[in-house]
Design a protein around this ligand. Structure first.
Ligand SMILES: [Cu+2]
Length: 302
């Protein structure tokens, strides 16, 4: 179990049970998000405000203050990043790779026991229903780790409907990632992108997807476009066991996540249909209803 330490290098502490979690035991673990919240400097700042008549007096006050905080993390279009923001992000990925943290995340994603992808032709498949909420938590966890390296970093999004090529500044960012566990090994990231015309074809149905009236229809269309973009990038990104070794994975999924966050406010009662253990986004403890609003994770998209 990771301790919420402040003085010890967090980078040396690995994710708990990254390759051995089962759906049952996962719910007994403290989430990375909870730990990140405890360690958040804003939270500590509020907690140490003196009682001068203006500061919070009760725990309810503290909760209200936290809720009133604007989203402190803005995920930008990758095109809008400054050179400094790009190099910080690349550096943060490098640090979490060298520490083994990124490899652990690749191993988690490779474990289909988390039911995070659709595994059948049935759009009501549990994996289809968990696809969006699970990856929202996954990105939040990785973003938290990146921000332990550079506190200003957020995961940008790659808008593949408008920018139909691999982001140029990532072209040479091809890490070698050591992945633990039974599906593990050394992953040398490579890509073999298809043609501009093919990516146009793949992403063309998105307008229709965004007009879906129900969650299942929406995720069915969005996951399908998402799958094909993985295949279009090719090589490491086309394989479930290796995809998150490529930093581009996170920019791709941030775009998927952004599209969900765009669609959801106009269909607020359209959400995944999950019950029992399936609502828990294992190996973390975050439950599906928490994932419906990005405010709960304190980020927004610009
Ligand atoms: Cu994906």
């Amino acid at each position: 179990m990771r301790k919420p330490v402040h003085s010890v290098s967090l980078l040396k502490v690995h994710l708990p049970h990254a390759t051995t979690t089962t759906r049952g035991s996962a719910v007994t673990q403290m989430t990375e998000h909870q730990l990140a919240t405890l360690a958040h400097p804003d939270f500590l700042a509020h907690a140490t405000t003196s009682h001068d008549g203006h500061g919070p007096k009760t725990f309810g006050d503290l909760t209200a203050m936290r809720r009133a905080q604007p989203a402190e993390k803005v995920r930008k279009n990758e095109k809008e990043l400054t050179a400094t923001e790009r190099s910080r992000l690349v550096d943060a990925f490098d640090v979490i790779n060298q520490s083994g943290v990124l490899g652990n995340f690749v191993a988690i994603h490779a474990d289909m026991g988390h039911h995070q992808h659709r595994m059948s032709g049935d759009p009501h498949d549990i994996g289809a229903q968990r696809f969006l909420p699970w990856h929202r938590v996954f990105l939040d966890q990785v973003e938290t780790e990146l921000r332990r390296v550079h506190s200003e970093v957020t995961i940008p999004y790659w808008d593949w409907t408008a920018d139909q090529q691999i982001p140029v500044w990532l072209a040479d960012v091809l890490p070698r990632v050591i992945v633990p566990g039974p599906m593990g090994g050394i992953v040398q990231v490579t890509r073999s992108p298809g043609s501009l015309h093919h990516l146009q074809q793949i992403t063309a149905p998105l307008n229709r997807v965004m007009q879906a009236g129900g969650f299942t229809t929406f995720v069915d269309g969005l996951e399908s476009v998402h799958d094909q973009v993985h295949d279009w990038v090719g090589a490491s990104m086309s394989d479930l066991a290796t995809a998150p070794a490529d930093p581009l994975f996170f920019l791709h999924h941030a775009n998927v996540d952004r599209l969900w966050s765009t669609w959801h406010p106009t269909h607020p009662s359209e959400n995944p249909t999950l019950s029992g253990d399936d609502v828990v986004m294992d190996p973390w403890r975050v439950t599906e209803p928490t994932t419906r609003h990005i405010d709960n994770f304190h980020y927004s998209y610009s």
